[in-house]
Design a protein around this ligand. Sequence first.
Ligand code: WT7
Length: 661
Amino acid sequence: MASIDSVLQEHRVFPPSAETIARAAISGMAAYEALCKEAETDYAGYWARLAREHLLWKKPFTQSLDESNAPFYKWFEDGTLNVSFNCLDRNLENGNADKVALIFEADDGKVTRTTYRELHSLVCKFANGLKSRGIKKGDRVIIYMPMSVEGVAAMQACARIGATHSVVFGGFSAKSVQERVVDAGATAVITADEQCRGGKNIALKAVVDEAIAMGGCEAIHSVVVYKRTGNAIGMSAGRDVWLHDLLEGQSATCEPEWVGAEHPLFLLYTSGSTGKPKGVQHSSAGYLLHAILTNKWTFDLKPEDVYWCTADIGWVTGHTYIAYGPLACGATQIVFEGVPTYPDAGRFWRVIQDQKVSVFYTAPTAIRSLIKAAETTATAHPRNYDLTSLRLLGTVGEPINPEAWMWYYEQIGGSRCPVMDTFWQTETGGHVITPLPGVTPLVPGSCTLPFPGIAAAVVDESGHDVEWGKGGFLVIKRPWPSMIRTIWGDPERYRNSYFPGDLGGKLYLAGDGAVRDAKTGYFTIMGRIDDVLNVSGHRMGTMEIESALVSCTELVAEAAVVGRPDDLTGEAICAFVVLKGPRPTGDAAKAIVKKLQDWVAKEIGPIAKPKDIRFGDNLPKTRSGKIMRRLLRSLAKGEEITQDVSTLENPAILEQLKQSV
Ligand code: WT7
């Protein structure tokens, strides 16, 4: 693993500047250690203190952590609150009413500002509108929306009435929408006519119609449609309603639905080791607590900041670091509809310059592609822009290679801004291993140390700690407030995936390999240890893609999917396919590759398209019929096969599979 080697040889260290330490919420290593100590001495008490200090409760809780039904942990259970109240009403009461909450930057560059008062009123009308359609506490609502003020408001409106939302990324297919509607047992969908990305209009409502027509969605009684582009779409009388009509005449106040701390705020589907995406269920209080704490401690959000997280609300990052955390902290933030390369690859830098962004949070894949753009197109180089408003940078989603880290630090941050390499997952709700700006000396390529109170460790296959310097499984040893509560409808899968018996059944298994630096104990993430790929920071299950390929029954007999390293996207999807007909070559093979890529895009979404597809008469299998994936991984990388192939039934197949189309 080249990137791991380079991190292990990484000697560059960037201690926090005096200025950063002075302004930070947590200042200095001693303050960090004191928090860790507090958590260690009185774990439940530590989190209870923070939950009292940072959340507004309707009814205070009396018990912090309930472990009686482990691993189904409960936090602050007898307390009641409302997440939307904590994000919005809080800011009307503390002097932020006329502060800009959202700066919406549309794909075409048009900018709209929404104050906390305006957002509160929109969310209340939205919530009242949803209630008028009979949507109530506990109902599941699918949100399939573009990046927009209305998208954020839809999430907040659900939270306000206690409906559990499940946001589906706008790039996912009709099939993916339908599967999520069915699995979640949703009764309503909030969508838009179309979305605008990179100068193109892309259908959303038509995809929802197609999803519902696939069947199993009979429970959907309402489809709320935000008019984004105004192009013609079909509206089904009785079921479909325009958002502007729904809001018309609604009261601008809405008494929040006070819910228990454990009430499911949202489900978010993510990929695992099997073909079926899992609905990760999050709580209300514990989740929001960590969203607030990490925004305050990792990003050191202050009233004067202009904050920008470039994620989409379809991913967990867009939940914790757009729709909930920053609002609860009273921040002014950018909501960006477009793509980094439109109208040119200077877009991010221009937005930072024009909106005077001070805290910027993006993904390594975006950084890598913008490095490439800056090298090839002079006008896309960040040096053309005034980026002096920046004071802190963040990255998330995949390991960042030290070279990209250094470019980000120097070219974007002007060697002034600390880079927070935040490790976390859909399941963790918020950052779990991350530097803190006023505390942690930074080392490029390392996510450094656990967030105070998070018991992260690296263990071997029997669950014992490994020595620093040795690789192993990344685990979290104690439950924490923002952790996944269960997999919707499948508690056994929750237990088996995250608390496997091999490790003793008590440790949360993240699914990543990690190593701690022998001297500092800093964590470096080595990537997934399961059948999950990370393509441009998007999590894709190899089994999901295999299922999609073999569902093309007209062409495909068998398929195996593996990842291979890719300079731009981190990992690339590589599929080995056995067709029903003869193995194609030349243009015929190219045509089938294109057909299968389009097929997968239609089944899952364009992000799941295999980059490479290779054809064979068979796949490398053991005598018992098991596909030897490690050989496929070597083939995908273009490596010579040096591994033992003595158990291989059909060694001749390797020669065939070496040939790419
Ligand atoms: C997986 C989780 C958390 C929001 C975005 C992704 C990888 C995430 C880092 C990081 C190295 C990282 C891991 C993890 N990952 N952040 N800073 N360094 N790897 O959420 O889709 O649930 O994916 O992303 O492999 O398990 P997700």
